[in-house]
Design a protein around this ligand. Structure first.
Ligand code: BGC
Length: 562
């Protein structure tokens, strides 16, 4: 294992050894979706050496940490969220040596590295699952997963009525070694993603080992996939989800496989493992729950450190609703000693440069495609996205960015059916478009092969022609570009310590306005339909060019506070 040059990181967190000053309380964390970030090998799929190549660009952007979606050994049935070996790198993405090199290069630049851990399920190609298939019902091998006998006279019916998040049944029947139809196993996601049984201590011990494997290599933390799903209600009672609810069932209370109380024990245990290491290692929960109050249970002092604020992500472009969700977030998370986090985009949702211009008849839950009603108007979406990010990066707490949002990338809507890859698309027989539209490989260079993504021009999802106008190289020196806006916001946020300051609402500017002080900055965002007058003052940064002393619609300004 390499010895890491930790000087830059030590500088970045000189004060971060006392409770309350840890780096993750205010960090801006940039999500890398490795297969779509940058391809060094030329096979059309991004990889770890591609990440290393662009670390200087991320340093220049001004982020504190990167989180990488899974790059472990995987048959890629769910783009790597189906892990066959938790302690190795899939050859598609490189080698463990490439990971060590990337981590060392990131640390040398003062950028921390968060790894995605998938504990709810493995791949069906994981050696444990293969052993389980070969073993008999009731064996120790089967007990690491959720195998059950079927209902009906000959066990021909699934053990209960649960549905997969990706559509279809959540149970698949296996054929036993003697060739007869046998038991069923649970998979809350694709058939190729069998759920572990977290009541089994063997599973718990294995994940402690996996955590230590990555912590020993210098990893700064983990984004924990489906962190609300590990423990299932005893007896596995039937449950029918509301068809209108989000794909992760987050809107509903009392789901027998989401948010069960027993899951907290797992994270208390993991908290202890991370605490054995120096450097304020952190856990961030991907937990879709019905309220902020509930999500805050995941970040009590002896559990995880952060949880994604999906309530914020799901809030419409509406001043009153945003004020309410910000107020509640800044109450509920600090009430348990945690920072609030903020996020607008990730690899599972419609990019916010499109989502914020969707109309009510086109809900964002299951992705958008050529036949979705109410195609978002691109200019409106981008303008709102720039204004929304300018609000988000002024908020106290930790913020997550998703690769490409700093370029203003929209959702790619026009992907042909035969190019689609998301299991959601296949499992719902085309009824839900799924998530391919936010996963299209990044444009780095307007005129290069695959817009600079891959040396030979290959790309695992087709890139649209408009990628040329969004490419990083055409934005980097343009002061009006979205990239320049993000760089300015991040530089000012850091210089003015906005991540650790306190928010104070400013009233009296109108119902369609969000206005607050944070530290020495006054932030005003106009979400209404007419320009508003703004107080005289020195402009620090603005999401659109200002002419005169009014703030146009869908625009945010940061002013020096008086
Ligand atoms: C990830 C998804 C993935 C699912 C199953 C999540 O919530 O973010 O991309 O498909 O978990 O692992």
């Amino acid at each position: 294992m390499p010895s890491h040059d930790m000087t830059a990181l030590a500088d970045a967190s000189a004060a971060a050894s006392t409770v309350g000053s840890e780096w993750w309380r205010s960090a801006v964390i940039y999500q890398i979706y490795p297969r779509s970030f940058a391809d060094a090998s030329g096979d059309g799929i991004g990889d770890l050496p591609g990440v290393t190549t662009h670390l200087d660009d991320l340093k220049q952007l001004g982020v504190d940490a990167i989180w990488l979606s899974p790059f472990m050994t995987s048959p890629q049935k769910d783009a790597g969220y189906d892990v066959a070996d938790y302690c190795d790198v899939d050859p598609l993405f490189g080698t463990l040596g490439d990971f060590d090199d990337m981590l060392e290069a990131a640390h040398a630049r003062g950028i921390r590295v968060i790894v995605d851990l998938v504990p709810n399920h493995s791949s069906d190609q994981h050696v444990w699952f293969q052993e389980a298939l070969a073993a008999a019902p009731g064996s120790a091998e089967r007990a690491r997963y959720m195998f059950r006998d079927g209902k009906g006279e000959n066990g021909e019916l699934p053990p209960n009525n649960w549905e997969s998040v990706f559509g279809g049944d959540a149970w698949t029947r296996v054929t036993e070694a003697d060739g007869t139809p046998g038991q069923w196993y649970l998979h809350l996601f694709d058939t190729s993603q069998p759920d572990f049984d977290w009541s089994n201590e063997v599973v718990r011990a294995e994940f402690r080992r996996i955590l230590r494997f990555w912590l020993d290599r210098g990893t700064d933390g983990f984004r924990v996939d489906v962190a609300h799903g590990l423990v299932k209600e005893a007896g596995l009672p039937d449950y029918t989800p509301d068809p209108e609810s989000g794909s992760m069932g987050g809107d509903e209370a009392d789901v027998p496989y989401w948010g069960q109380p027993g899951v907290h024990e797992v994270y208390r245990d993991w908290h202890g493992v991370l605490a054995e290491y120096d450097g304020d290692r952190a856990l961030c929960a991907e937990a879709w729950l019905p309220t902020i109050e509930k999500t805050a249970l995941w970040v009590r002092p002896d559990e995880m450190h952060q949880a994604f604020n999906f309530e914020y992500l799901e809030t419409a472009w509406d001043a009153a609703k945003l004020r309410a969700v910000i107020t509640e977030s800044l109450r509920a998370y600090p009430a348990v000693g945690a920072p609030s986090t903020w996020v607008l985009s990730n690899h599972d949702v419609v990019r916010h440069a499109s989502r914020l211009a969707l109309t009510a008849e086109n809900p964002q839950g299951f992705g958008i495609g050529p036949n979705s009603p109410g195609t978002p108007i691109a200019d409106v979406g981008l303008r709102r996205a720039r204004a929304a990010t300018s609000v988000m990066l002024a908020l106290p707490g930790s913020a997550y960015l998703y690769q490409g949002e700093e370029l203003g990338l929209p959702e790619v809507i026009d992907i042909s059916d035969d190019a689609r890859q998301d299991p959601t698309w296949f499992r719902t027989k085309g009824e839900r478009y799924g998530r391919d539209g936010c996963r299209v490989p990044l444009p780095w260079d307007a005129t290069g092969p695959a817009y600079g993504f891959s040396p030979d021009g290959a790309s695992w999802l087709p890139q649209p022609a408009e990628w040329a106008t969004f490419a990083r190289d055409v934005q980097v020196d343009d002061p009006a570009s979205t990239l320049s806006l993000y760089r300015a916001l991040l530089a000012e946020r850091r210089a003015r310590d906005l991540g650790v300051s306190a928010l104070e609402w400013v009233d009296g500017l109108g119902d369609d306005v969000i206005a607050f002080h944070n530290g020495n900055v006054t932030v005003i965002a106009n979400l209404g339909e007419t320009p508003i007058a703004i107080p005289a003052g020195t402009v620090i940064v603005t999401s659109e060019r200002l002419t005169g002393d009014t703030l146009p619609v869908d625009t945010t300004v940061w002013l020096e506070r008086h």
